[in-house]
Write a protein that binds this ligand. Structure first.
Ligand code: HXC
Length: 520
C-alpha cells in the first residue's frame, strides 16, 4: 500500500539505513583493514552514548559529470550533527572515506558549513573528523569554492568557539588549511597524514625522496613542524584525549567559567618542591615536577609535548580553577626562548586569552637563544609574538619566577610590566639583565684587565660574589614592587590558588579597534 502510513514510515527506515551504510560493506571492511573506524563509529566512540542528533542525512550531490549521476550516496560522504561530550554540547562532522574517498564537493561542504554555523550561533565547540581524498575532482571548481566557504567559517568561528580537528586519514593539498586554522589538531600515528604537496610532487620538483609518513605523519608534525598538538597511538586514544581537552576549555568565549571537582586540598604543602631548584644555577631540573606538584591531582594535559620542548604548555586546574600553564623547561636548552618555543607559547597564550582561561606562567629563562640561525630564522619576529600575546592578554595571570629571569626574556614571560596580575618568586630567583659571568666580564672589564692567574681568579670571584649579592636574587625586584611576594616553594600551591581565586572577577576591557597587528 504505497500511500499507507506504514509504507511512509518504512520508507524513512529504508532511507535511514541506506544513509547509514555509507559506501557499503566492502569499503567498510577496507577501512577496518587499515586500522580505521568508519565515520559513524568514530562519532559513536567520541560522544556520550545516545547523544548524537544527525543533520542532513539525505543530502546528495547534484554533479552530473564523469558518470557522477550514478554515484550518489545519501549523506554525500560526511556525517554531521550535534551531540554531547562529558555532558557538554558539541557540534561534529565526520568525513566518510567509504563514500567517494570522503572527497569534498559542494553538497558535502554545505553540510559542514551548516553545522559550523549552528555551532557558532549556539556557542558550542566544533569538532571536525577529517578523512578525505581532498577536493572532489569531478566537481571541479565547485570543490575549490566549497573549501573556501569552510575556511571562511573557520575564521568566523575563531576565538568565538573552540575548534578541534582530528586527522584520521589523508588530508592533503589545500584541504590542510581548514584544520590549520582550528585551535587544536589531533593526529593518529601511522594512519593519518597532512601535507600541502605529497611525495610525488616533491620528487618531481625538488628531487627529494620521502615517504608519506616521513613527510606528513603524526611523528614529524608533532616533533618537527608543530602542526599537530596531540599525537595519538590509535583512534581510541585520540577520542579519549579530545574528551579530556574538553574538560579544560569552555564551550565558547563568553561562556561563564566552570570549575573542576577535586578532592586535592588547596592548602596542600608542596613538600617535594623544597629542594627542587638546585643551588647551582647551571644545574638543570624538570619544570614539570613543579607543575605536577602544584596542579590538582598531578593532572596535566600537555599541548605540543614533542615540539619546542624548551617551553611547556598545557592545561590543568588548581583548587578546581582551570588554568593554562606556560613554563620554561630548564631541562631542554636551559629553557631558552628560541623561534619555535616563542611561537608555540604565543599561540597557546592567545588561545587561553580568547577563551577566558587564566594563565599560570613559570619562569626559568636564561634569555633568547643566540645564533646566526636564530637571528636569520626570525627570533625578533617570533619572540615578538610571545611578547605581544602576553601584553594583549586580559585573563588573570599569575607568574612565578623559580630561578633565572634574564634580560628581555624577563619582560616577555608575563612580567608585572606587561600585565602579570600577581608576580611571585622563589628565594632562588635571579632577576638580572644577564647571567653573572657575562655581566662581570662586561662591567668590570677595566678592573680585570692586566690581571693574570690567581690574581685574576681571586678578583673575578670577588666581583662575581658582589654582583650576585646585589642582583642574583629576587629582592631588588621585590623592593621595586615588580614582585608581589617572595614565597617558599612549599607554599606554591596554596598561594597560586589563593591569587587565582582572588582574580576570579578580574575585568579588564579592551579599547575599541578593528584588531591589533600581531607580528606574524
Ligand atoms: C574524487 C576521490 C578522490 C577525490 C579519492 N577518491 N580521492 N574521488 N575526488 N579527490 C575516490 C577514488 O576514486 C576511489 O573511488 C575512492 O575514493 C577510494 O580511493 P582509493 O584511491 O581507492 O583509496 P586509497 O588507495 O586508500 O588512496 C587514497 C588517496 C587516493 C591517497 C587519498 O585516493 C588519492 O590520491 N586521491 C586523490 C587525492 C588528490 O589528489 N586530491 C586532490 C587534492 S587537491 P572508487 O569509486 O574508484 O573506489 C585538493 C585541493 C584542495 O584537495 C584545495 C582547497 C583550496
Amino acid at each position: 500500500m504505497p500511500d499507507s502510513l506504514e509504507h511512509k514510515r518504512d520508507l524513512l527506515r529504508q532511507f535511514r539505513k541506506r544513509s547509514e551504510e555509507g559506501g557499503g560493506p566492502d569499503r567498510v571492511a577496507k577501512q577496518h583493514a587499515e586500522g580505521k573506524y568508519t565515520a559513524r563509529e568514530r562519532i559513536d566512540r567520541l560522544v556520550d552514548p545516545g547523544s548524537f542528533l544527525e543533520f542532513d542525512k539525505f543530502v546528495v550531490h547534484n554533479c552530473r559529470y564523469f558518470g557522477m549521476d550514478k554515484k550518489q550516496f545519501m549523506g554525500d560522504g560526511v556525517v554531521t550533527g550535534i551531540a554531547a561530550i562529558n555532558g557538554q554540547k558539541v557540534a561534529v562532522y565526520s568525513q566518510d572515506f567509504t563514500v567517494l574517498g570522503g572527497s569534498l564537493g559542494g553538497a558535502h561542504a554545505q553540510k559542514i558549513v551548516k553545522v559550523m554555523e549552528f555551532a557558532a550561533k549556539t556557542r558550542i565547540p566544533m569538532i571536525g573528523i577529517n578523512d578525505s581524498g581532498g577536493a572532489r575532482i569531478q566537481e571541479g571548481v565547485v570543490s575549490l569554492g566549497a573549501y573556501a566557504e569552510i575556511f571562511r567559517r573557520n575564521v568566523d568561528c575563531s576565538g568565538i568557539i573552540p575548534q578541534i580537528s582530528l586527522i584520521m586519514g589523508p588530508c592533503a593539498g589545500g584541504a590542510v588549511y581548514s584544520p590549520a586554522m582550528t585551535d587544536f589538531i589531533f593526529m593518529v600515528d601511522r594512519t593519518s597524514y597532512m601535507f600541502v604537496t605529497g611525495p610525488d610532487v616533491i620528487k618531481a620538483v625538488t628531487h627529494e625522496e620521502i615517504t608519506k609518513e616521513e613527510l606528513g605523519g603524526a611523528g614529524p608534525h608533532s616533533a618537527k613542524s608543530g602542526v599537530a598538538h596531540f599525537k595519538c597511538t590509535d583512534e581510541d586514544e585520540c577520542f579519549e584525549r579530545v574528551r579530556e581537552l574538553l574538560t579544560y576549555i569552555p564551550a565558547a568565549c563568553d561562556a561563564p567559567p566552570t570549575r573542576l571537582a577535586t578532592t586535592d586540598p588547596v592548602d596542600r604543602e608542596n613538600v617535594r618542591l623544597r629542594e627542587i631548584v638546585p643551588a647551582n644555577p647551571k644545574k638543570p631540573y624538570d619544570i614539570k615536577e613543579i607543575i605536577l606538584d602544584v596542579l590538582d591531582d598531578a593532572h596535566f594535559l600537555e599541548v605540543q609535548k614533542d615540539y619546542a620542548k624548551n617551553i611547556v604548555c598545557g592545561f590543568g586546574s588548581i583548587g578546581g580553577i582551570k588554568v593554562g600553564v606556560v613554563a620554561n623547561q630548564p631541562m631542554v636548552l636551559a629553557g631558552v626562548l628560541d623561534t619555535d618555543s616563542s611561537a608555540k607559547a604565543a599561540r597557546f597564550v592567545r588561545f587561553c586569552d580568547a577563551f577566558g582561561i587564566p594563565i599560570f606562567t613559570l619562569v626559568d629563562v636564561p634569555g633568547f637563544m643566540p645564533g646566526v640561525g636564530q637571528e636569520h630564522g626570525g627570533i625578533i619576529r617570533q619572540g615578538a609574538k610571545l611578547l605581544y600575546a602576553y601584553c594583549e592578554a586580559r585573563v588573570p595571570m599569575v607568574t612565578l619566577i623559580t630561578r633565572k629571569a634574564y634580560g628581555g626574556a624577563y619582560d616577555v614571560m608575563a612580567s608585572k610590566h606587561i600585565g602579570g596580575d600577581v608576580n611571585l618568586a622563589y628565594p632562588t630567583a635571579e632577576i638580572a639583565v644577564m647571567g653573572v659571568e657575562g655581566a662581570v666580564s662586561i662591567i668590570f672589564r677595566g678592573e680585570l684587565s692586566g690581571l693574570n692567574g690567581d690574581a685574576f681568579a681571586a678578583k673575578k670571584q670577588e666581583l662575581v660574589d658582589g654582583y650576585e649579592q646585589e642582583f642574583s636574587n629576587p629582592y631588588k625586584a621585590a623592593e621595586l614592587g615588580y614582585l608581589d611576594e617572595v614565597i617558599m616553594p612549599e607554599e606554591t600551591r596554596s598561594r597560586v590558588y589563593r591569587y587565582f581565586e582572588a582574580l576570579t572577577n578580574k575585568h579588564q576591557s579592551r579599547p575599541h579597534r578593528f584588531h591589533g597587528n600581531i607580528p606574524l
